[in-house]
Design a protein around this ligand. Structure first.
Ligand SMILES: NC(=O)c1ccc[n+]([C@@H]2O[C@H](COP(=O)([O-])OP(=O)(O)OC[C@H]3O[C@@H](n4cnc5c(N)ncnc54)[C@H](O)[C@@H]3O)[C@@H](O)[C@H]2O)c1
Length: 416
């Protein structure tokens, strides 16, 4: 079994490290965050997709460290560092460049390096390869290089790393063959494309596809609000068509990394080719409007009961960006809380996955307390296991942004 190095032990890197260790590989797991390294060493998982028991079961095979030098012993190194945007919404390759430079210092002839972080077409060949070659080794000749996007959907149990086909593109045919062999250890099916660029764009197409379709249904939700048509009823009915329609849910906007951030890597790159990627920009614009639309809806719901947002107590139910996870990155709930506070509301929240929002000086309260104390409760993210029916019966006023209380058609429930 190969010895596998993983750089960046977040939502992507940690499950990957565990998957290889479960197959019997020794894993060298590197992160700059000492807390993560210590947590792994102590057998404590901080990612929902990896349970404490799973981590403990492979503890002997995963060596977590902040030191890149240990990677010299790996047969393959998988790079899973963040690829965020700068404040000007341009690609911030800082973490990737830092990781690549540090890896170059310990790179060995014969190693395979695979970039998994989502990025624009050209990154592997134009940015990663030259930095790694500062080692004196040539990409494609002395070491192998490929791009293979991570497709993990955190919190999902039906499709995992194992049964989700893994797309990959190598710098050379030999690079691709080598990477295919490696991923064969943990994935049932590998889909090879002809180049790293094709693999990089494949991941972006997947993310943009979702972003555009969510924006479409969100725009319709804003329209149906004015037309007094139930958007959920329309989506349900359209989804009865057995072909030519794919269901997407309206909601309070996009969160996480994949949808609000990644498509803009392509818009930025496209500008170099004199192209404006209008679908991406438009989808971003529509989805960014959603928290404002939802707060306006909350404002109207209170107004209809003779109340204003100012001075009202509002409970936000679910603050992470997706059900079943604790990830609050770019979560629309944060925007909704900020907008409500600007209007003078007193905000509390309930989220079984997020005990505290330290930056907002908030701690999660029980669902019962949220229902009892709030003038208005808003379901922003519908976590499994949260009793939304109870909420619908107990809350004085409930705004459901996820369509999970459709059976409870009582007068106190308002929906997106
Ligand atoms: N989270 C997802 O659902 C998901 C899905 C598919 C793809 N991706 C992509 O995968 C990449 C990683 O995403 P994530 O969600 O795992 O991010 P994350 O922030 O959870 O984890 C990244 C880790 O990299 C570490 N890191 C940063 N700079 C480093 C460096 N120089 N050396 C070593 N470690 C470093 C950070 O400390 C962090 O632990 C991104 O490009 C993202 O777009 C994420």
């Amino acid at each position: 079994m190969p010895t596998v190095g993983v750089i960046g032990l977040g939502y992507v890197g940690l499950p990957l490290a565990v998957a290889f260790a479960q197959e019997g590989c020794d894993v060298i797991a590197v992160d700059v965050d000492v807390r993560k390294v210590e947590a792994i060493e102590a057998g404590l998982s901080y990612v929902e997709d990896v349970s404490g028991e799973q981590l403990a079961a492979v503890a002997g095979r995963i060596g977590a460290t902040t030191r890149y030098a240990r990677l010299a012993k790996a047969d393959a190194v998988l790079v899973c560092v963040p690829t965020p945007l700068t404040s000007n919404r341009e690609p911030d390759l800082g973490p990737l460049i830092d990781a690549t430079r540090a890896l170059a210092e310990v790179l060995q002839a014969g190693q395979l390096v695979v970039l998994e972080s989502t990025t624009y077409p050209g990154t592997t060949r134009e940015r990663v390869a030259p930095l790694l070659e500062e080692s004196g080794l040539a990409a494609g000749r002395d070491f192998h290089l490929a791009f293979s996007p991570e497709r993990v959907d955190p919190g999902r149990t039906d499709f995992t790393l194992r049964n989700t086909p893994k797309v990959l593109g190598g710098l050379t045919e030999a690079c691709a063959r080598r990477a295919e062999e490696l991923y064969g250890v943990v994935c049932e099916r590998v889909v090879r494309v002809s180049s790293p660029e094709a693999a990089e764009l494949t991941k972006l197409l997947e993310n943009i596809f979702r972003s555009v379709n969510i924006a479409l249904v969100n725009e319709l939700a804003m329209l149906t609000d004015r037309m007094d048509i139930d958007i959920w009823e329309v989506v349900d009915a359209a989804a009865s068509k057995p072909y030519g329609f794919m269901r997407f849910e309206p909601g309070p906007g996009m969160g996480g990394h994949c949808l609000p951030v990644d498509p803009f890597y392509l818009s930025w790159r496209a500008r170099e080719f004199d192209m404006a990627t209008e679908f991406i920009e438009l989808a971003g614009k529509v989805n960014q409007q959603m928290p404002y639309h939802c707060v306006a809806k909350a404002q109207r719901a209170l107004n209809d009961r003779g109340m204003s947002v100012k001075g009202a107590r509002v409970a936000v139910i679910g603050v992470s960006y997706k059900p079943g996870t604790s990830d609050v990155r770019e979560s629309p709930a944060l925007k909704i809380i900020a907008l409500l506070r600007e209007l003078g509301a007193e905000v509390l929240y309930h989220d079984p996955h997020v005990p505290a929002l330290t930056e907002l000086a908030l701690e999660s309260v029980s669902l019962e307390r949220a229902a009892a104390q709030a003038d208005l409760a808003i379901i922003v993210t519908a976590h499994p296991g949260v009793d939304h029916r109870l909420l619908a019966t107990r809350a004085r006023l409930l705004l459901d942004l996820r369509g999970v209380t459709r059976e409870a058609s009582s007068a106190n429930v308002v929906r997106l």
